[in-house]
Design a protein around this ligand. Structure first.
Ligand code: FDA
Length: 307
């Protein structure tokens, strides 16, 4: 019940100001956000590599309101890629981007987001890595998939995300499961209406399994983004049934969540990529993490009260 309330609060400026200023917030934010700057995130990439993990890096920030902010977001990714290049970490880290941060919701946003994301995808390719387009709320997805298709003409390794809670997703999975594609399936983290999305957790899980099967039986590279132990076990089983070797799909989890399980799966020989978010504009990302697990809210409340 609390999840939708927290997701509604994630869109409120008043709540943003209140929560950002509350004493004790930083301690909880630090669990999910790897740092504020490139220099703070670099040791985390190195540490992950030392544990046999790969990463996908997300510069947080989605509620931009001007083309200048969208250009700054592009530049933040270019700075990150430049630093990874200098340190020779290009093959250890890919990038995850939210097109809203590149201007998608502004006037002429589709073209603006494409123009801003293209140099990032190009720079990533130069250092031997790639970019995955995150999935945001359902109203943005047609634009996201069109941009994905456009980018793949020059950079076929560009990935995208699909969300099990949406009714449309099985069709999207079938379309995307072609040779050379990279598709991340997740449950879905936004507040979506019953007209477009399953609301019941069991229905979402069943849809997730159907999508894993489509991706495993297809020709592309499936990326399974979940911490759910049942879905992880089902993925292993469906991977085996589809005749895939362990390096022919990967698991992905979020920084700060089930870290021991991340290491355990990597030690078993699985590819495990940790979605590592960093930056100063962490509010939207942080609130989605609170919404996913109400116990996080208790921890957060306690940390505010004890400060
Ligand atoms: P579920 O929510 O059932 O959690 C299973 C278990 O994992 C919980 O019981 C708990 O132990 C642990 N857990 C999960 N979330 C937790 C949290 N926040 N805090 C503490 N413990 C937690 N969504 C989206 O809409 N668009 C996107 O592009 C992405 N991208 C993305 C990338 C990656 C790598 C991951 C792992 C997830 C996303 N998501 C996302 C988020 C996704 O939609 C979903 O909200 C979360 O992954 C939580 O769902 P689970 O599958 O983990 O299951």
């Amino acid at each position: 019940m609390l999840g939708p309330v927290i997701l509604a609060a994630s869109r409120s400026d008043t709540m943003r100001r209140f929560i950002s200023a509350a004493p004790g917030t930083k301690q909880v934010v630090d669990r999910f956000i790897a740092g504020e700057t490139v220099e703070q995130v670099v040791p985390i990439v190195k540490d992950a590599a030392g544990k046999g993990l790969e990463v996908t890096l997300d510069v947080v920030g989605e509620d931009i309101t001007t083309p200048e902010q969208a250009a700054a977001a592009r530049d933040a990714y270019l700075e990150l890629i430049g630093r990874l290049k200098e340190l020779g970490l290009g093959t250890k880290a890919e990038m995850s981007v939210k097109l809203s941060m590149f201007g998608q919701s502004l006037d002429g946003g589709h073209e603006l987001a494409l123009a801003n994301v293209r140099p990032v995808v190009e720079a990533a390719a130069v250092i031997g890595t790639t970019v995955t387009l995150d999935a945001e709320d359902h109203t943005t997805l047609d634009s996201m998939f069109t941009i994905h298709e456009e980018l793949r003409k020059d950079f076929p390794q560009t990935g995208c995300v699909i969300q099990a809670y949406l009714f449309r997703t099985e069709d999207d999975a079938r379309r995307l499961a072609a040779a050379g594609s990279r598709v991340r399936i997740v449950k879905g983290a936004y507040k979506e209406p019953a007209s477009v999305a399953y609301q019941d957790r069991a229905e979402i899980d069943k849809a997730f399994v159907r999508v894993i099967k489509i991706l495993m039986d297809g020709q592309g590279y499936p990326m399974i983004g979940s911490h759910d132990p049942r879905l992880i076990a089902i993925t292993q089983e469906l991977g085996r049934k589809a005749g895939r070797k362990l390096d022919e799909y990967e698991f992905q989890m979020l920084y700060g969540i089930r870290s021991d399980e991340q290491i355990r799966l990597a030690a078993e020989g699985h590819r495990m990529r940790v979605y590592t978010a960093y930056g100063t504009d962490w509010y939207g990302y942080f609130m989605r993490r609170l919404a996913e697990k109400p116990a996080n809210l208790l921890f957060f409340g306690r940390s505010i009260l004890t400060k």
